[in-house]
Ligand binder design. Structure first.
Ligand SMILES: Cc1cc2nc3c(=O)[nH]c(=O)nc-3n(C[C@H](O)[C@H](O)[C@H](O)COP(=O)(O)OP(=O)(O)OC[C@H]3O[C@@H](n4cnc5c(N)ncnc54)[C@H](O)[C@@H]3O)c2cc1C
Length: 540
């Protein structure tokens, strides 16, 4: 695989926008003009000399420093596409084992370098971007630590190198008849260590659990030595130290080995789609299902605008016409909301689960559909990140944001977040296309995942300024709605200003004290998650 240096996925993957998408966007947002893309060679020519010494474990050539300079947030995308990246790591190390990680950390500690632990670089919150500093920056990539190290089939525990990406986790487990079942949408490129360090959530978390439930223990190399967290099925021995690593975002140490709870592969897995007549009834329907979960692997609910947008962008006008006729005959028309769910197990379990869901759906005036839509969802489940490029080439920027709130707050929160985005560019006379789904549901509440699309301005700088306005408005709306600043993407630098609102002064000070213990000179990803006392200025 040759990964794109300034976009998502493999170089060979192209999903050009359909005529329908082009027409839809032009009608909603106005005709747009694409901004010019920078050329890799020109960007490499801007990379300044490295401040790190020559060392067998450190690569200092321009191209690898460009490839590790940014993640996948929209500001990262704009920086990469414009070529105005500003700050690059001084070098990239790709150690092969914990001993090499320890060696690199010892050198970094003694010489005062900044270290950025790097998994798949799929962060969408500014986790892995170097910032301008007096101290040299070493990006420490776990890319070569990508193997299954041991499997205990009796206890259903597997230990992997922390840099193992999603497809390799599944491939190596499936050879032994097991699965982890963790499928974030970034699965193709993100890694086990990154999932743990940023508290990731996979599409089928309802069955397999979020990474918090899957992470059983592991090995962390810190500035003050090696730290092994043993695996227990459960423990009442004081604070659970796995929680110190979950969501630590590279501030405590480098996770080199990750023990995870795995499961035997199930006989069958299916996804299905149903429709409810309106948002109010659809919300009640999914809450009823989530609170009495019959054993689904996934449940998500698109609001009316997302449902409409998906059906238009699906590109099968004739099939959608037939579907809409079928639904209309059952009283489900304009305003309908699409509900997608997953079922895993034996044939008979799947049958029982489908019946249970259809029964609830019907109680709220909804209707299930045949197997086709669910199969389409499964076939395209990792494809939407490629849409960013398709839209970009037409001159539109697309981004997503997410939170989680208690059920009682869900309707008002969705409204508030969507309104903040929809009205966010009014001062510029620009329209923003906004739609939402609930992607992970719990007994207590749900995550909210909102997508927004806007027209690029005439320059990169103005396009970034538009994003900044939208992101600030939506983040404030999240906080005002009683939501967490992130359900699954983590904090990084982009969400750090909003963290004190939910952690409180005592909480933030406690976190700072922990980081200071492991990293007294604040060399590990400083400024990420919680602001540090070290002065740093964000890359432009
Ligand atoms: C298109 C797209 C879709 C996404 N969908 C989802 C989704 O469905 N669910 C979800 O949860 N997230 C999603 N994300 C966000 C992102 O993929 C996750 O945050 C993921 O967990 C990051 O993993 P990574 O390996 O790429 O980590 P990186 O981006 O490389 O790093 C993330 C953070 O973890 C730290 N870190 C990484 N590895 C280690 C290690 N070994 N030791 C210590 N610290 C480490 C880094 O320093 C950084 O602070 C998506 C992102 C994109 C671009």
């Amino acid at each position: 695989m040759m990964r794109k240096w300034n976009g998502w996925g493999d170089e060979s993957n192209h999903f050009p926008a359909t005529e329908q998408a082009r027409g839809f966007l032009a009608a909603k947002l106005g005709v747009a003009k694409a901004l010019p893309d920078a050329i890799l060679e020109d960007v490499c020519a801007q990379v300044p000399p490295s401040r790190l010494p020559e060392h067998a474990l450190i690569q200092r050539d321009a191209i690898i420093r460009v490839r590790h300079a940014r993640g996948q947030s929209l500001p990262d995308w704009l920086a990469l596409r414009s070529g105005e990246i500003g700050v690059f790591p001084d070098g990239v190390a790709e150690p092969q084992n914990s001993e090499e990680v320890a060696e690199l950390l010892a050198m970094a500690r003694d010489a005062g370098w900044i270290v950025i632990p790097y998994g798949g670089g799929t962060s969408v919150a500014g986790h892995i971007n170097p910032v301008a500093m007096d101290r040299p920056v070493l990006t420490l990539s776990l890319a070569r630590m990508n193997r299954l190290l041991s499997l205990d089939p009796v206890s259903c525990l597997a230990v992997f190198g922390a840099g193992t990406p999603g497809p390799e986790v599944e491939r190596q487990l499936q050879e032994h008849g097991f699965t982890l079942g963790h499928f974030p949408q970034s699965w193709e490129l993100s890694t086990l260590g990154g999932w743990v360090a940023s508290r990731s959530s996979g599409q089928q978390s309802m069955r397999y659990g979020r990474i918090e439930q899957l992470f059983a223990g592991g090995r962390i190399e810190t500035f003050s030595g090696r730290w092994d967290i043993p695996t227990f099925p459960a423990s009442a021995a004081g604070l659970d130290l796995r929680e110190w690593i979950l969501g630590s975002e590279g501030r405590i140490g480098v996770l080199t080995e990750v023990a995870v709870r795995v499961r035997p592969i199930s006989a069958c897995e299916e996804f299905h789609v149903a429709f409810c007549p309106d948002w109010t009834r659809a919300l009640e329907c999914v809450r009823a299902i989530a609170q009495d979960n019959p054993g689904l692997s996934m449940l998500r609910l698109s609001n009316a605008e997302e449902t409409r947008t998906h059906l238009i962008l699906a590109g099968h006008a004739q099939a959608v016409y037939v579907l809409e006729r079928y639904l209309a005959l059952r009283g489900i028309g304009e305003g309908k909301c699409m509900l997608t769910y997953g079922v895993t197990g034996s044939r008979s379990e799947i049958k029982r689960l489908r019946q249970a869901v259809n029964q609830v759906v019907r109680r709220y005036g909804g209707q299930g559909t045949g197997a086709l839509l669910g199969r389409k969802w499964a076939a395209n489940r990792f494809r939407s990140p490629y849409l960013r490029e398709s839209f970009w080439q037409l001159g539109y920027a697309i981004d997503t944001l997410e939170t989680a709130v208690d059920w009682a707050r869900v309707p008002a929160a969705v409204d508030r977040i969507e309104t903040a985005l929809r009205e966010g560019l009014k001062s510029e006379g620009e329209t923003v296309q906004v739609f939402t789904h609930l992607s992970h549901m719990y007994v207590q509440g749900s995550s909210i995942y909102t997508t927004y699309v806007y027209r690029c301005a005439d320059t990169y700088k103005q396009t970034l300024a538009r994003w900044q306005m939208l992101k600030a408005a939506a983040s404030q709306a999240i906080i005002a709605s009683g939501g967490t600043i992130s359900h699954q993407h983590g904090v990084g630098r982009d969400h750090a200003p909003y963290l004190p609102a939910e952690k409180g002064v005592q909480g933030i000070q406690g976190l700072q004290a922990v980081f200071r213990h492991f990293d007294p000179s604040q060399q590990l990803n400083p400024g990420v998650l919680v602001a540090t006392e070290v002065k740093d200025e964000p890359a432009s």
